[in-house]
Design a protein around this ligand. Structure first.
Ligand SMILES: Nc1ncnc2c1ncn2[C@@H]1O[C@H](COP(=O)(O)OP(=O)(O)O)[C@@H](O)[C@H]1O
Ligand SMILES: Nc1ccn([C@@H]2O[C@H](COP(=O)(O)OP(=O)(O)O)[C@@H](O)[C@H]2O)c(=O)n1
Length: 251
């Protein structure tokens, strides 16, 4: 029964704060419209909410930011291996939702991705929160690398309003790398990634968004002295030596 209560409160939260359209029946099952594959559930599935988890301490969060192609995903995989965090890529969650058959947000997400714009936070934050809840419930792991988020003022506000009190913000990992180097990496990645935005035209737009929107978010966290900046211009292993030193300092 606890699981039903918890799930209902999660649904209530989603209903009230994010997606009124999510609640579709008296049985309160979640229509799988914004949830990533592993977060889709009905109220019969046990999903431990942050409230329930709080007794064990708040989940720890590291935001991972940097320009497109700076190596965020590559370094996150290494951190997972070495330090046991769970990696949640906002971009991956959005692409997964875009690809899900029947998603009512697929076209909107794709339009934003192709044009290097940032998807409304209601969608991204709901995907992140559900992925976090599901991970905690399934694995007990409550340390998260949130990669590619928050990327603009809308992301920051949405997270602050709905999530900031529920987590312990450890720090923000910022990978610094030149536009030229990042563009070369993304174009190379585009030869095999199948991504609709790893092309010269989309990359220009993605960089404009990074400069116009994301840099201000990094500055905001710098003012809070939360940013750990890393030169990401060297090879992946050399960059990871610096990353290791930062994570090694953590309790
Ligand atoms: N330090 C690095 N040096 C050279 N290439 C890298 C480095 N880190 C990642 N790459 C490559 O660059 C591309 C972008 O890396 P990725 O980790 O996906 O970046 P991001 O997540 O920031 O977009 C990938 O093809 C990856 O293999
Ligand atoms: N918080 C986020 C993260 C990504 N995205 C979208 O997803 C795209 C790809 O993001 P990503 O993090 O996977 O890739 P990179 O641009 O970092 O290489 C972005 O250009 C945005 O269109 C978003 O809208 N909001």
């Amino acid at each position: 029964m606890t699981s039903v209560v918890v799930a209902r409160s999660t649904l209530h939260h989603l209903n009230r704060c994010w997606f009124p359209a999510l609640i579709t029946s008296a049985k309160q099952s979640i229509r799988p419209c914004v949830l990533p594959q592993y977060a889709r559930s009905s109220c019969s599935v046990r999903v431990r909410s942050f409230a329930a988890h709080r007794a064990m301490g708040k989940p720890k969060v590291v935001f991972v930011l940097g320009p497109p192609g700076s190596g965020k995903g590559t370094q996150c995989e290494k951190i997972v291996q070495e330090f046991g965090y769970t990696h949640l890529s906002a971009g991956d969650l959005l692409r997964e939702e875009r690809n899900r058959e029947g998603s009512e947000y697929g076209a909107l997400i794709e339009d934003n991705i192709k044009n290097g714009r940032i998807v409304p936070v209601e969608i991204t934050c709901a995907l992140l929160e559900n992925a976090m809840n599901k991970t905690i419930q399934a694995t007990g792991n409550d340390r998260f690398l949130i990669d590619g988020f928050p990327r603009n003022e809308d992301n920051l506000q949405g997270w602050t309003n709905k999530m900031a009190d529920k987590v312990e913000q450890q720090f923000v990992l910022f990978f610094e790398c030149s536009e030229q180097q990042c563009t070369e990496r993304c174009l190379k990645r585009g030869e095999s990634s199948g991504r609709s935005d790893d092309n010269a035209e989309s990359l220009k737009k993605r960089f404009n968004t990074y400069i116009n929107d994301t840099v201000a978010i990094i500055k905001h966290y710098e003012e809070l002295q939360l940013v750990k900046k890393i030169d990401a211009s060297a090879g992946p292993d050399a960059v990871f030596e610096h990353v290791k030193a930062i994570f090694g300092e953590q309790k």
